[in-house]
Ligand binder design. Structure first.
Ligand SMILES: CC(C)(COP(=O)(O)OP(=O)(O)OC[C@H]1O[C@@H](n2cnc3c(N)ncnc32)[C@H](O)[C@@H]1OP(=O)(O)O)[C@@H](O)C(=O)NCCC(=O)NCCS
Length: 174
């Protein structure tokens, strides 16, 4: 992930992979590969690692898990995220016994929401949450091209954003 391209869109800069020391890399690696209830998956294209997908809080008894995905910015917007989400969903259903996959996504992240919908996720709720982020929404919201953001972001002493809850549910054959 350290060799991935960088997001230049100011909204997505927080999604850039931080530059890590070897020790920090080791810590991340252990966190993602050894944390109980976490399944860490790699999206690979022509032998190249282009996406990190996490199934978190896997509860085998409840047959559910929470999903997170991050694609190398050099590969976004080409349909690969949707394809990886579908592969992950089917792997979770068929090989892990998961029947329900949930996720939370910022309402302003329309590209991610569109990819989730294409991969079979449906919205189950919305709520406002406080968000501690380095994104300078104060500056962004002043631009006429960013007026659409007002629906999803409020500025007070900090930022509050709309979080969308989504879910994909395995359909059982009768
Ligand atoms: C979210 C992510 C995995 C999606 O993968 P992707 O490969 O970029 O998505 P896809 O190309 O499969 O699909 C994107 C869809 O959104 C649409 N889209 C792109 N920008 C959009 C925008 N600003 N508004 C609405 N739709 C948009 C695309 O047109 C496409 O839909 P279409 O096929 O119907 O035309 C990837 O963009 C990513 O990793 N982003 C950065 C990290 C992130 O946001 N993670 C999710 C956190 S919850």
């Amino acid at each position: 992930m350290q060799s991935w391209q960088r997001h230049t869109d100011p909204l997505f800069v927080p999604y850039n992979v931080p530059v890590l020391s070897e020790d920090q890399e080791e810590t991340f690696w252990r966190y993602w590969t050894e944390k109980p209830g976490t399944i860490s998956l790699a999206g690979v294209l022509d032998g190249r690692f282009i996406a990190h997908i996490l199934l978190r809080d896997h509860d085998p008894q409840a047959a559910c898990a929470d999903l997170g995905i991050s694609l190398d910015p050099g590969f976004i917007g080409q349909g690969l995220g949707t394809e990886l989400l579908l592969l992950t969903r089917d792997f979770a259903y068929q090989s892990l016994g998961i029947e329900r996959i949930t996720l939370d996504v910022a309402a302003w992240n329309q590209r991610a929401i569109r990819a989730y919908v294409k991969a079979g996720f449906r919205e189950t709720g919305r709520r406002w949450i406080d968000w501690d982020t380095p994104v300078d929404f104060r500056a962004l919201l002043q631009g006429p091209e960013n007026q659409w953001l007002w629906e999803h972001v409020r500025i007070d002493t900090g930022y509050t954003i709309v979080l969308v809850r989504m879910c994909a549910q395995k359909t059982r054959s009768l």
